[in-house]
Design a binder for this molecule. Structure first.
Ligand SMILES: [Zn+2]
Ligand SMILES: [Zn+2]
Length: 186
């Protein structure tokens, strides 16, 4: 179906596969999944799913806050970044190496959280190409903080609850993967 098909059909016409409410989001096992693997979810069911995913996650990830106006909010592993944008891979690894303890609950941290001020459909390509240090962190966002999986999910979910989000595809990091979660388009 693709993103354009999704726009044409209108996400709001879809029903959540878990509870039958209107579904504004699509959830998939991995970035760029086949349309049939992208399950429509309502906001409450997406929030539950993200809580589960990040609580189970045992790897390390740079997580950029959700941003309105971008169709995808997906995890990209380091192998993908290395092949497509080596500078971003190198800079993401530098951020992963700074992970300490969770700033919100003091548990061992797994993620580096970066706010997404300035991240738009026009600017996300720069973030992927040049890395967060040369982009988001010079655009007035606070310094990155380490978070455990549980607190990362809470920050994502607090963002999503502010409204205006409609993600065609959302996916989480799983197992011991390492990489970057960011709002983007493809
Ligand atoms: Zn639901
Ligand atoms: Zn925590």
């Amino acid at each position: 179906m693709g993103f354009l098909g999704f726009l044409k059909r209108g996400p709001r016409k879809k029903k959540c596969v878990r509870c039958g409410q209107q579904a504004a989001h699509g959830y998939s096992p991995a970035a760029e999944s086949d349309a049939k693997q992208i399950n429509p979810l309502c906001l409450s069911c997406l929030i539950e799913q993200l809580r589960h995913d990040y609580a189970e996650f045992r790897g390390r990830a740079v997580v950029i806050a959700p941003a309105v106006g971008l169709p995808c909010y997906v995890f990209r592993n380091l192998e993908f970044l290395r092949d497509t944008t080596p500078d971003c891979e190198r800079l993401s690894v530098a951020l992963l190496e700074q992970i300490t303890i969770c700033a919100d609950c003091q548990a061992p941290a797994r993620c580096v959280w970066i706010e997404s001020r300035g991240l738009t459909i026009e600017s996300f390509g720069d973030v992927i190409e040049k890395g967060p240090q040369a982009t988001l962190l010079t655009w007035g966002n606070p310094a990155p903080v380490s978070l455990c999986g549980k607190c990362t999910a809470e920050r994502i979910n607090n963002g999503l609850q502010t409204g205006g989000f409609e993600f065609f595809e959302v996916c989480s990091p799983h197992l011991d993967e390492q990489g970057l979660v960011l709002p983007m388009a493809y």
